[in-house]
Write a protein that binds this ligand. Structure first.
Ligand code: 5GP
Length: 179
């Protein structure tokens, strides 16, 4: 896949307004579900930094935020399932209610790795919120507790998601036009 020169080479799949509306809905659900609990929001770097920043502002609860950096070895546009931690959490999560915020779940292999890794640190609970899911790619079914949008099996960019580190700053989610 060649790198398009311009953002105009990208076709909008989910507009900034649709994302805004859905993020408000998810924030309300999360606020309701975690009332009275000690919540830690765990953002997966780098892709979820934009969604996470918007989502936390729609959650009306006291909460803490931490970050974990993950990278998948292998091909550029497909997860290999072999994951490495590029940046670890800053604090222990033992006894905390963890809400993982992810940009996209495709094969589910990255999330499988992360859930196993986090379970060994003994949090009180773990739930997953993903902006996007691509059901066509699933190799490991993960329970996603909060889903923004289900999308077709296309490689998407924007709103935090990159291709070769570009396009993270687009305010919408788009697919690259082919050809
Ligand atoms: P999985 O392990 O579920 O296949 O993939 C999860 C990770 O792969 C995501 O966190 C993301 O970094 C990357 N990924 C999967 N699909 C896409 C996509 O369509 N666009 C971009 N930019 N990244 C993707």
């Amino acid at each position: 896949m060649s790198l398009p020169a311009l953002a105009t080479d990208i076709e909008t799949l989910i507009s900034a307004e649709e994302i805004r509306v859905r993020t408000i809905e998810l924030g309300r659900e999360i606020t309701r579900d975690y009332k009275g609990k000690d919540l830690t929001i765990l953002l997966i770097l780098k892709g979820s930094f934009v969604f996470g920043a918007d989502l936390v502002r729609e959650i009306d609860l006291p909460l803490s935020v931490d970050f974990i950096g993950l990278a998948s070895y292998g091909a550029e546009t497909k997860s290999s399932g072999v994951v490495r931690i590029t940046q670890d959490l800053s604090r222990p999560v033992e006894g905390r209610h963890l809400l993982i915020v992810e940009d996209i779940i495709d094969t589910g292999l990255t999330m499988k790795y992360l859930l196993e890794n986090l379970q060994s640190r003994h949090p009180k609970s773990i739930k997953v919120c993903s902006l996007l899911e691509k059901p066509a790619g699933v190799q490991h079914a993960t329970r996603i507790d909060y889903i923004g949008f289900t999308i077709p099996d296309k490689f998407v960019v924007g709103y935090g998601l990159d291709y070769a580190e570009r396009y993270r700053n687009l305010p919408f989610v788009g697919a690259m036009r082919e050809g």
